[in-house]
Design a protein around this ligand. Structure first.
Ligand code: IMP
Length: 429
């Protein structure tokens, strides 16, 4: 049994990681987030009740698990406090003892959200972001202008930094984008209150995790978004602004990942994407609409309809290569039940030649033609299947095909939204 599991998305996010994290979290002492922010949306269904979390790790619904938000995460404190309230109202106790927020996290503040929205409202250069201020907050981190959680507790330094930031941001907001600026006075008053409310959750997350690893505690690392949205290895510039690869788990929490760690990449049995950017296997026809409806493919954060398409194994194989993932969990296999023939993309065609990877020049990806292999589908209702030996033959073939093509092992098959709808092939954690 490994001491830790790192879970990441292998496609363009929305693979159903929340469900897989929730499954493994039943054995975990700590669940830790290491990148992204409230652009993520994890839908969990427990006892038929739906909970959507954006920032606080999904493990919070397991009463024994401590939830860590590492320094690699950008935190919108208002969103954080709203989620705390939702959880409190849902009867989840001892939140202050269970949620640890790193004092090194960068804050997403009002001007980040305004800048994100203003950029997205321009016609050219749209990324299709979640408009949560994620990109501008990471920009400030890299340019060393960011406000961090620890700054909230040093009033004079906070004010000084804010003054400098507002001079620049308000100029951009007002003069360049022609939108409303942010007032210093109301900002300071608001963040004073936020600082007080946030205080019980603020910790040295690195030190807490260091100790937990030393004590052989079981750790679950919860990735957000997916490899193809990674700022370096994704379909740049149509990506998020953080690193989504498993190596970010150590960096974004400030502690080593235990030697005995299982790395699990989550894929959906087909492909989806929200926002702009190339998507070679996208289905813009009635069948794409049918997939969206049967898979409830609407964004958990923004409610946007997700673009749907066949499983792109070229993209998955590339993601496996850059992330080093050897084990996969596959979700939403049930959504494909009843489709007689399933296509999987095994190469791209571009200017008469075949491509077998994701090219660095993203503009090529929007011009490629997918080359498909057709596999037989299955008709069986999967929602009650729990044992690996009960997996229908055609689904078994589909899984083997993915494994052989990508050089991975499939550990888990998720067959429905509920916590119990999982076929655990390996019983690894
Ligand atoms: P941002 O992260 O809000 O800057 O958005 C950048 C891109 O990543 C956009 O295409 C978003 O739709 C996408 N994105 C960000 N977070 C998620 C997620 O959790 N699931 C799926 N797509 C996401």
């Amino acid at each position: 049994m490994p001491q830790a599991v790192v879970i990441i998305g292998v496609q363009w996010g929305d693979e159903g990681k929340g469900k897989i994290v929730d499954y493994y979290a039943s054995s975990a002492d700590m669940v830790a987030r290491f990148q992204g922010g409230n652009n993520a949306g994890h839908t969990l269904v427990v006892d038929g009740k739906k909970t959507i979390l954006h920032l606080i790790p999904s493990g919070i619904l397991h009463p024994h698990a401590k939830c860590l938000i590492g320094s690699g995460v950008v935190v919108d404190p208002e969103n954080f406090l709203q989620e705390v309230e939702i959880l409190r109202k849902a009867g989840i106790a001892n939140l202050e003892e269970r949620i640890y927020l790193s004092d090194r996290c960068h804050l997403i503040v009002d001007y980040h959200k305004h800048l994100d929205a203003a950029r997205e409202s321009k016609k050219a250069g749209k990324i299709g972001t979640t408009k949560r201020g994620i990109g501008p907050a990471y920009e400030d981190r890299a340019s060393r202008r960011g406000l961090r959680v620890a700054d909230l507790y040093n009033e004079s330094a906070f004010e000084e930094k804010l003054k400098e930031n507002l001079a620049e941001k308000n100029f951009l907001l007002k003069q360049y984008y022609g939108v409303e600026s942010v007032s210093m006075e109301s900002f300071l008053a608001k963040y004073k209150d936020i600082a007080r409310k946030l205080k019980p959750f603020v910790r040295d997350v690195s030190a807490e995790l260091f100790q937990a690893i030393d004590e052989d505690k079981k750790i679950l690392y919860e990735g957000a978004q997916g490899v193809l949205l990674d700022v370096d290895y994704g379909t740049y510039p149509y990506v998020t602004s953080s690193q989504t690869l498993p190596s970010q788990a150590a960096l974004g929490l400030g502690a080593r990942v235990p030697k005995d760690t299982l790395f699990v990449g989550v894929i959906k049995a087909y492909s989806t994407r929200v926002g702009e950017g190339p998507f070679p296997t996208e289905l813009t026809d009635a069948f794409g609409d049918q997939l969206r409806e049967s898979g409830s493919e609407y964004g958990a954060t923004t409610g946007r309809p997700r673009r749907c398409g066949w499983l792109d194994l070229v993209a998955v194989k590339y993601a496996v290569q850059v992330s080093g993932i050897k084990n996969l969990a596959i979700t939403k296999a049930d959504v494909l039940s009843g489709i007689s023939e399933l296509k999987v993309c095994i190469a791209y065609e571009y200017q008469g030649k075949r491509i077998h990877t994701i090219p660095a020049d993203t503009s090529i990806l929007s011009k490629v033609k997918p080359v498909y292999e057709t596999l037989p589908g299955w008709n069986e209702d999967l929602t009650q299947v729990r044992n690996p030996q009960d997996i229908p033959q055609s689904l078994q073939n589909y899984l083997r095909f993915i494994e052989n093509f990508t050089g991975t092992r499939i550990n888990l098959v998720s067959t429905g939204a509920g916590r119990e709808a999982v076929i655990d092939i390996q019983k690894a954690f």
